[in-house]
Design a protein around this ligand. Sequence first.
Ligand SMILES: [Zn+2]
Ligand SMILES: [Zn+2]
Ligand SMILES: [Zn+2]
Length: 324
Amino acid sequence: MIVTMANDDIHQGGCLCGAVRYRAVVGESKTVTHCHCSMCRKASGATFATWAEFPADNFEFTQGQPKIFRSSDIAQRAFCGSCGCQLTFQAVGDPGGVSKRIWVAVGSTDRPAAIEPTHHIFTDAQLPRLRMDDSLPGSPRQLPWIRTDDDLPRRTQRGEDAIRQPALTAAGHGNHEGGCLCGSVRYRAVIGDTKTVAHCHCGMCRKASGGTLVSWIEVATKDFAFTRGQPDHFKSSHIAERTFCGTCGCQFTFQFIVNPAEDSEILWVTLGSTNRPDDFEFADHIFTDDQLPWLHFDDQLKRWPDQFPGLRSDEGLARRGRRS
Ligand SMILES: [Zn+2]
Ligand SMILES: [Zn+2]
Ligand SMILES: [Zn+2]
């Protein structure tokens, strides 16, 4: 069938490393949800997920194949096995469900600015300190006409169990633990009062996580350790390396790698992968030059157009590289 369609209705996207690419054509329904559920945080490491609805028949992978993580009895998530980027969410094996739809991670699309969100969902789980400022309608759980795995916690214990990870260390000031949605990889970190938590709006963080916002917590490397499993590593540029779960894709850390002596002292941990994300105060927005036009905040945080002054920036380098 030949259908005349505007180019604007065709979306292409893929992950940061470029191994997996897809194409999707907008259908009748254009629901785009900011999802604040804990499963999406733990799957991506992003601070929340933003999902765009497409008819499943209008979506195809055009390069490479993603890894599939069955996040519950009724849903699966596709992500890049080489860099971890979340790509899609889809209901499976649920006769009452919505397998005719596929939800695409907006952060993985090539033109995220063109995909306007329509709703906030799972606002019951929204981080209280995340001061988003828009007039979109919100739902405490999933939208009433859509069923998902996080909406059926009693039917599908697996993902929820992964989130309720028991503490390895005494809970207390400064002691933090985290890990991914599937539970394969966990870490421990001691994070003091001098922590810096920055919302990063850069395009590389979007394409690494599939999310539209990744918040990073600065940690001294000596105070951080993986305590179960080992993450996969992805060198996202010649100056930085990211780690992620090879089984579910969750992003864990970012670290500069240019000058081993100096760079090895500090790393950055994703807020979305921590077990108690509510504990952290945000301090800054970075790479606001890349902030999506529909993402608004009502906060007094410092805003930096690029990386923090004095820090290297692979996104800055990438941008300069693209220009040259
Ligand atoms: Zn990739
Ligand atoms: Zn995992
Ligand atoms: Zn970033």
